[in-house]
Every structure is written in C-alpha cells, then in structure tokens.
Design a protein around this ligand. Structure first.
Ligand SMILES: [Zn+2]
Length: 164
C-alpha cells in the first residue's frame, strides 16, 4: 500500500491518504476530496511514517499557502495564438505539462484544446496528451474517464468537445 500527504483545497489542512483511493474526507472541514486530482506532497510505504510527513507538509503549506493545491482550473485564461504557439496541441500541452498529476494534465489539455479549437479529433487529443507527457497506454483510459465524468462529450465518432 502506498500512502501520501495531500492538502485540502477548501481549508488548507494536510492529511494522510491511501493513494489508491479515489476520495477521502477532510477531517477538519468535512468536505470530500478527490485524491487523484490533488498534488501529492510526500509519499511513503509505511503508515507509521505518515503522521511525521503530514506534520512536515502542514508546516510547509502554512508557511507558503499559495503552493497548496493542484486542481485543474475550469477556466483557461490564456488564449491560443498561432503566432506564439506552434499548434493548438502545443498550446494545450504547454499549459498542462507542469502539473504533477496525470489526471489533472489530461483534463487541462481537454479544456485548452476546446478553447483553441472548439471541437477536436481523437488524433489531436492524443497528440496533445502525448506532448503533455501522458504515456501511450493511458490515453484510452483517460478518454473514457473524462467521457464518464462528463468533461468530454463525443458529438460524432472520434470527435470531441468540452461538456463541463
Ligand atoms: Zn478541509
């Protein structure tokens, strides 16, 4: 079992989680946490070490609250500009690449592609995901996950758009 320390995006509380879990609950503010969308600040195989790591991370984020969380922003502020970006896929990958979590990167790419192109093809989506560092064997899984979550929709076969 692999354990990690995440920080609640609602209240800034550091918390130990099992990294295989989808969700957890913040003991301080009682809100639900989507574990896989949060930045993992520390990891360990040893549950006994977890309290120490939680304490360290809490001290770290209390001193620098701006770095606390990593959630995909719903709104892409940057504009695609063909004079600046090589392609819409490069634009999307560039916005997503610095995120640590694969799920966050995948979703950021979708939002940026939708902003640049409106609808986009599976080929364009996969190209941008590869540019953002997603492994080939994750592409189908991420596409299905985002369809199920209602982020992506498929108005025509192999053509996608942003739903919400
Ligand atoms: Zn909280």
């Amino acid at each position: 079992m692999r354990y990690g320390v995440v920080v609640c995006p609602h209240c800034g509380n550091a918390k130990g989680v099992e990294l295989a879990d989808e969700t957890a609950k913040c003991p301080r503010c009682r809100k639900g946490l989507h574990v896989r969308e949060l930045k993992v600040f520390a990891e360990t195989d040893s549950p006994g070490k977890l309290p120490l790591l939680v304490g360290r991370v809490q001290a770290q984020v209390t001193n620098a609250p701006a770095q606390v969380v990593e959630l995909p922003s719903k709104e892409i502020v940057e504009e695609y500009d063909p004079l600046v970006h090589d392609s819409p896929m490069q634009f999307a990958a560039g916005l997503a690449r610095h995120h640590q979590s694969v799920e966050v990167r995948a979703e950021m790419v979708v939002r940026a592609l939708a902003k640049a192109l409106g609808r986009f093809s599976e080929r364009e989506l996969y190209e941008a995901w590869r540019e953002a560092g997603l492994a080939d064997d994750r592409l189908d899984d991420e596409r299905k996950r985002l369809l199920v979550r209602g982020v992506l929709y498929e108005p025509r076969p192999a053509t996608y758009g942003l739903l919400g």
